[in-house]
Design a protein around this ligand. Structure first.
Ligand code: MG
Length: 161
């Protein structure tokens, strides 16, 4: 059997006024932010779900229940660091991560590289191992009308011990 494991992740959060917008660990100036128990970093949540899936850790709802007071308002970078530690504990190394954010606005392009670098640093991998992409959904659906953002991610892991 191969030592490679693939995982997929998906997440959605509602956009509301009066919240900070944090994506991939990067603060983005915008009139609205994502609503959630943590900082609601939808991109990082999809990535963590992909990592958790590939390593059979379950999903982030199981790892970090939204009923846990310790997770209230927490930076998703802290959660990502914990997922990284759990992966390592199970003997997995990240091969690569590919993620796509679905958002109508603001423009994400100026921030994509920094998001990848930030998440790579937290996971202790090279920025070359992570690709962050973004698209609009052409004004369609809940991302198109600005009521929310979504993200998809896939992760490939290698069992090294
Ligand atoms: Mg989430």
């Amino acid at each position: 059997m191969t030592n490679l494991r693939i995982g997929c992740g998906y997440d959605v959060h509602r956009l509301v006024p009066g919240r900070k917008l944090v994506l991939g660990g990067v603060d983005i100036p915008w009139e609205k932010g994502l609503l959630g128990h943590s900082d609601a970093d939808v991109l990082t949540h999809a990535v963590m779900d992909a990592l958790a899936g590939a390593s059979r850790l379950g999903d982030i709802g199981k790892l970090f229940p939204d009923t846990d007071p310790a997770c209230k308002g927490i930076s998703s970078m802290k959660l990502l660091a914990e997922v990284g530690r759990l992966l390592e504990g199970k003997g997995f190394a990240v091969v690569n991560i590919d993620a796509i954010l679905l958002a109508q606005a603001p423009k994400i392009a100026p921030y994509k590289e920094r998001m990848g670098e930030t998440m790579a640093a937290v996971l202790g991998i090279s920025p070359e191992q992570i690709q962050i992409k973004a698209t609009t959904e052409e004004g369609l659906g809940f991302t198109g009308d600005g009521s929310g953002m979504a993200a998809h991610a896939v992760a490939l892991l290698e069992k090294i011990s």
